[in-house]
Structures are given as C-alpha cells and as structure tokens.
Design a protein around this ligand. Sequence first.
Ligand code: SF4
Ligand code: SF4
Length: 103
Amino acid sequence: MAGQHRVIHLHASAPPKPAVGASCNGCGVCCAAEPCPLGMLLSRRLKGACVALRWDEPGARYRCGVVQEPAAYLRLLPASWAGRLARRWIAAGAGCDSDVEVA
Ligand code: SF4
Ligand code: SF4
C-alpha cells in the first residue's frame, strides 16, 4: 500500500525483484508480502508470507508449493486442478504482476 513500509524476510540468495511485467525470477517478494487468493485461504490471513511459499535451494529461487506439490495443500481437489488454480493466480508465463516496491 502506498506510504506504508513493512519488513519481509527473504532468503539471502534470493534474486532481486524484477520490474512489473518482466519474467518471474522467483524472488518471492509477492508471496512473502501478501498471499494470492488461494494462498489467503491456505494461510488463513490476508497479509504476510504464504504458507505454501518454498525456497528451492538448488534453483536459488522461491517456488509455489501448490504448483510443485498440489496434493500436499489441496487434498480435496484433484492434483491437476489444484496446480491449474495456483498457476492462474501467480500469472505464470505472464511476467511479474507484483507492484510491491523493494527498498
Ligand atoms: S511474480 Fe514477481 S514478485 Fe512474485 S516471485 Fe515472480 S518476480 Fe518475484
Ligand atoms: S502463488 Fe503459491 S506460494 Fe504464492 S501466495 Fe499463491 S499459493 Fe502462496
């Protein structure tokens, strides 16, 4: 939100956040600041880090646990549905859609 500052904790090796519209590099800023609609349901909160946000050590980037392992988070939904649901909300392939400003 404009004029508001918050501290979010990210892995020291996480890549810097790219500009809005650039390819997603897994910096994790969006999901650490505020969960997507699916993440809000899973995390039971509107602000703060999503419970499904995972650090990928070999890839040195964050990934969405729902996309990686849908059944672990959405046991009542078929895995293929859960993956599709999460992908839609992180706008996979559409570039970074987070306007969170990093200082
Ligand atoms: S969508 Fe943007 S802020 Fe979110 S992980 Fe990808 S690059 Fe980072
Ligand atoms: S994209 Fe995945 S990790 Fe990010 S907030 Fe949504 S459910 Fe959580």
